[in-house]
Write a protein that binds this ligand. Structure first.
Ligand SMILES: [Zn+2]
Ligand SMILES: [Zn+2]
Ligand SMILES: [Zn+2]
Length: 251
């Protein structure tokens, strides 16, 4: 199995290209390409390996994991897959953003840390632009097409002979998922499990209770499972079981 990771976007979200080298079937997890350069990097990799892109999978509905859906689908015609609970947000992300903004206030700039970001919400175009006056940080939300297939817990996604099991792991968002391949010993953990950390649960649709249950579930996987998270570096289930402070803190 081929796994290529791309550290795209200002929010350091990792996009994975996964392919079965026998059938050349491929999927992209959390496509967040936004610039011409990022587009070319990902497309080049797909074309150089003669891959047939079947699926674009979003581990959850957040913009830094979905902003490339429209571009990638247009280029390769792949299907967009997301859990049924997060699918509702997908084509209306600006509304979710507006709601979050109303509840939590303006977010801090990721670059300047202490400066509040400006938001420009344009409902007619289903668009949001977030920008920082101080450092020039800018993030534009591109609307995603709706999902082509809705995922549920234990669904199987096939790539040639490789099977990925969908694990519904809510907490960071209601429809957060992880993708697990028993045969390949890999877990794509989205923003549920990070190396020695976990995803935030303070958004209006997040849940700390659900997060605890989800992490508990993930810790039942074999210890040699390699974890590919939505942000930061790789880990293994064994390491997380022994050293992750959040996991250790769950009763
Ligand atoms: Zn997220
Ligand atoms: Zn800034
Ligand atoms: Zn994220």
């Amino acid at each position: 199995m081929l796994i290529k990771s791309f550290n795209f976007s200002v929010l350091e979200t990792i996009c994975y290209l996964v392919a079965d080298e026998k059938s050349y079937e491929a999927l992209v997890i959390d496509c967040n390409i936004r610039t011409q350069k990022e587009k070319e990097l990902l497309y080049k990799e797909i074309r150089e390996h003669n891959l047939q892109l079947k699926y674009i999978i979003n581990t959850h509905h957040h913009i830094d994991h979905t902003s490339g859906n429209a571009l990638l689908k247009k280029e390769f015609g792949a299907q967009i897959l997301i859990h049924e609970l997060d699918a509702l947000v997908l084509p209306e992300q600006w509304q979710w953003f507006e709601k979050t903004h109303n509840i939590m206030g303006e977010p801090l700039c990721d670059n300047c840390k202490d400066v509040k970001l400006n938001l420009k919400i344009m409902p007619e175009q289903k668009k949001v632009i977030i920008y920082c006056d101080k450092c020039g940080f800018k993030y534009e939300i591109f609307p995603s097409p709706p999902a082509d297939r809705l995922l549920r817990n234990n669904n199987i996604i096939k790539l040639g002979d490789i099977e990925f099991k969908v694990m519904h792991t809510p907490g960071h968002s209601p429809g957060g998922i992880c993708l697990y391949s028993e045969k390949e010993h890999v877990l794509f953990s989205g923003d549920t499990l990070f190396a020695l950390s976990k995803g935030r649960t303070d958004m209006f649709d997040g849940s700390e209770q659900d997060m605890k249950k989800s992490l508990k579930e993930l810790m039942k996987l074999p210890e040699d499972t390699v974890v590919y998270p939505g942000h930061m570096g790789l880990s293994t289930i064994g390491k997380e079981k022994k050293e992750n402070p959040y996991v250790l803190g769950i009763k």
